[in-house]
Design a protein around this ligand. Structure first.
Ligand code: ADP
Ligand code: AMP
Length: 217
């Protein structure tokens, strides 16, 4: 499955829980870029300026990175994709990758929130440096300030968590990613979920959708 939604809609939060419940990997293109940037690989070096500005990394870099991840053995029984595709070219590339690895896209939930809610969520987001778990200082705080509940790692604010980058990312979404809503609606795969509910209620809606679309898988 592919999760769609504005930056800050809660895709990562939901994808992590869903993937754990389904026993499949959570593949987040943003996490893959951050890992490459931390390890200072060539790909990380190419991506850094785009990520920090809130621009999309060019398709030719992004598609290769995600295709390689989806081709690994742990994705053979399925995966939850978050943050990819973000352009129609990436959606077409995903179709080719799925054809190659014998996969089927079952469902594309759109986690719908207003821009105001997305901005408020982005403004308070903290991310674990070690495991990537996300928190919010008001809506979903860790038990101990600055410390990840899951792994005890330190929390940090991503370098693209500035008000300018947030506004820019919403604009980029409208221009380059929003067309995917129609793309997947026409394919009969899109299902809308009210993302302004609590984390638990959004998760319950997503589980029900997955149950219907994939018989629990
Ligand atoms: P995305 O992956 O779509 O950019 P995240 O999952 O990183 O979004 O969530 C953005 C921020 O909003 C995080 O700080 C997260 O803790 C918080 N958040 C996510 N879902 C909810 C929710 N349903 N209610 C309140 N806060 C939420
Ligand atoms: P995210 O963690 O999904 O918010 O992504 C963080 C940043 O990584 C984005 O603002 C982009 O710069 C880059 N990125 C993540 N996924 C993609 C993608 N599918 N296509 C292009 N750039 C991406």
């Amino acid at each position: 499955m592919v999760l769609l939604g504005l930056p800050g809609a809660g895709k990562g939060t939901q994808a992590e829980r869903l993937a754990r419940a389904l026993g499949v990997p959570h593949v987040a293109s943003g996490d893959l870029f951050r890992e490459h940037m931390d390890r200072e690989t060539e790909l990380g070096r190419q991506a850094r300026a785009y990520v920090e500005r809130g621009d999309l990394v060019p398709d030719e870099v992004t598609i290769g990175m995600v295709a390689e991840r989806l081709s690994r053995a742990d994705c053979a029984d399925g995966f939850v994709l978050d943050g990819f595709p973000r352009t129609v070219a990436q959606a077409e590339a995903l179709r080719r990758v799925l054809d190659r690895i014998g996969g089927v896209l079952h469902i594309v939930p759109l986690v719908r929130v207003s821009e105001e809610v997305a901005l408020a969520r982005l403004a308070g987001r903290w991310t674990c440096r070690d495991c990537g778990a996300v928190y919010h200082d008001l809506f979903s705080p860790p038990r101990e300030a600055g410390v990840c509940d899951v792994c005890g790692g330190g929390l940090y604010q991503r370098p693209d968590e500035t008000p300018e980058a947030h506004r820019h990312r919403l604009q980029v979404y409208k221009e380059q990613t929003a067309p995917l809503v129609e793309y997947y609606r026409r394919a009969g795969l899109l299902v809308e979920v009210d993302g302004e509910q609590s984390i638990e209620d959004v998760q319950a809606d997503l589980r029900a959708i997955v149950e219907t679309a994939c018989g629990g898988r």
